[in-house]
Design a protein around this ligand. Sequence first.
Ligand SMILES: *Cc1c(COP(=O)(O)O)cnc(C)c1O
Length: 383
Amino acid sequence: MCNNKTIPLSVPNLKGNELIYATEAIEAEWVSTAGPFISDFEHQIAEYVKAPVAVACQSGTAGLHLALMALGVSAGDEVIVPTLTFIAAVNPVRYIGADPIFMDCDDSLTMDADKLEDFCKKECELHEQSLFHKRTGRRISAVIVVHVFGNLADMDRIMSIAKVYHLKILEDATEALGSCYLDGKYRDKYAGTLGTMGVYSFNGNKIITTGGGGMIVSQDPKLAERCRFLSTQAKADSLYFIHEEVGFNYRMTNLQAALGLAQLEQLESFIEIKQRNYKRYISQGIELLSFKENIRSNTWFYSYLAKDRDGLIRFLKEHQVQSRPIWRLIHTLKPYRGCRTYRIEKAYRYYEAIVNLPCSSNLQEAEVDKVAGLVKEFEKSEI
Ligand SMILES: *Cc1c(COP(=O)(O)O)cnc(C)c1O
């Protein structure tokens, strides 16, 4: 099968009630930023991840921007972020006029908690309930923790570091909807609900999609309401156009939410398929990076450590298989060159070796076998 067809890396899977709900929104002519599907979708996400409140917005990036504002991060602050992630996790720091400090990853690809602690201990000082960076004298107000590829960062450690050093934790759970802990302090708790706030994304390649969209969850309902207010142009009075601060047009549309509701109905089945395909790659002899043992990961993306990353990507492309390297380290990218970094070591190694292999939730077993066969063929030819 599919001999002449490209096997994509990660594409939407819209075979549930998407068309039915979207048609309903169109027939009712509720397609914009008001309409019943939006609050339905918010309630259902909140219920699924067991969060007190959820606020729907236009993208994960918009959600991170709003959440940073709600957490009180302000211009001139510094925010600790990972370097091994997608740039959208970091750009919102700059939207606010704050600056990132880049941290290394550990072998789970998520933020190295030991280095985070070391940095706070050695390079910072506490002063009246705030942490200050000794070298710059600036306040460090928050940490953005990214649950890379659906793996969970060590939230137990990170939350206790945050407590000691008075740091707000914003979880970028854009890749980790559905990942949760199976034991320990956070047993049965979901990515996004462990820090003060969390953000999901429904972009086209995420585990569920609304075309584009995001969702903010918060343990403190007041912070979520603040995001909702800012996301709808900060209207103090909706009839008389009274605005007392600068807001944003960041609200999700009813049409997007219609897709979201249909996608959420399938989330658990998508996770099952992703887990099955992940195991199949491994049973075909492809060693993929593992997810943590004490979690149920949504298994969003599969990472393979290649000896010749670019050669493998080229070889797969010649055989109509789409793959990609992991993101370029953000502190090496033009907008962030010269920013403060702290002992970045492992991120370079993973950056150089990781190839993400096809992982869509509609990927067929025969396609997994084909990709696995090609990877093995390439690696053999390399010896
Ligand atoms: C996808 C993604 C985002 C941004 O989400 P959008 O909905 O595309 O704006 C942010 N951070 C990470 C780690 C992502 O993978």
